[in-house]
Design a protein around this ligand. Structure first.
Ligand code: PGA
Length: 263
């Protein structure tokens, strides 16, 4: 029977490298080659990389036949049309992507993406056979004023109906905005508190959705802190920014995920 607090052994760990606006062209191919190199030696962990748009096609070729999967960092909800500068889910699918990051805090903060737009993008990803990695998280001000769970619940609620209506896999990434690129990480207990709350909201909607959805932690994940975070029962993996730009660091984080913690 499904439970509100299933252990992470029910879900295969997932480690995603978000390259942001780095590693286009040749540098992206080299990093992808290095990721394939370490991923071949790992069992029991899914490794995904998310290069910038211009590197997707070349990295898709590099990853072909390897255990590493390809993600985009964003998409536009329409399949095609007069949307200058945008890229659709259909195009990402054609390009070899099987994953897409949606609603990253940099999209929300720098580009003003709303919860409603994030929900539309989630629906588009599912229509195009892309696994959405749906990002949520509070700012430092929101945490300081005790609003963390309320903010994150509203962000999850915005896409909850969409992911519950589908039987396709999705992932959710909890990324406290104050921990992204700052070197400040949520401690394992801070992360676990929010992850467990997210799991409980999914469970209320549909126990099977709660059991199958991988909830990743993101925000200054490094080889030094990965094991402690990944040992939390509701932390099913990591969304890694800065440390994913270095294959040795990213490989060390993926290796930490591949080792089942002795809980
Ligand atoms: P960081 O970024 O690991 O550099 O903090 C995480 C993210 O933005 O996904």
């Amino acid at each position: 029977m499904a439970s509100a607090q299933p252990t992470r052994r029910l879900r295969r760990p997932l480690i995603v490298g978000n390259w942001k606006m780095y590693k286009g062209g040749r540098a992206g191919i080299e990093l992808a080659e290095a990721c394939v190199g370490f991923a071949r030696d790992l069992r029991d962990v899914d490794v995904v990389v998310a290069p910038p748009y211009t590197a997707l096609a070349a990295v898709a070729e590099t990853l072909d036949g390897s255990p590493v999967s390809l993600s985009a960092q964003n998409l536009y909800p329409a399949s095609e049309g007069a949307f200058t500068g945008e890229v659709s889910g259909a195009m990402l699918e054609e390009c070899g992507c099987t994953w897409v990051i949606i609603g990253h805090s940099e999209r929300r903060q720098v580009f003003g993406e709303s919860n409603a737009l994030v929900a539309d993008k989630a629906a588009a990803a599912l229509r195009h056979n892309l696994v959405p990695i749906l990002c949520v998280g509070e700012t430092l001000k929101e945490r300081a004023s005790g609003e963390t769970l309320g903010i994150v619940e509203r962000q999850v609620e915005a896409f909850l109906d969409i992911i519950a209506q589908s039987t396709k896999p999705v992932a959710i990434a909890y990324e406290p905005v104050w921990a992204i690129g700052t070197g400040r990480t949520a401690g394992p207990s801070e992360a676990e508190e929010v992850h467990a709350a997210i799991r409980s909201w999914l469970f209320k909607k549909d126990p099977a959705l709660a059991d199958r959805t991988r909830i990743l932690y993101g925000g200054s994940v490094k080889p030094e802190n990965a094991s402690a975070l990944l040992a939390c029962p509701n932390v099913d993996g990591a969304l890694v920014g800065g440390a994913s730009l270095d294959a040795a660091s990213f490989g060390a984080i993926a290796s930490a995920a591949a080792v089942t913690p002795a809980t």
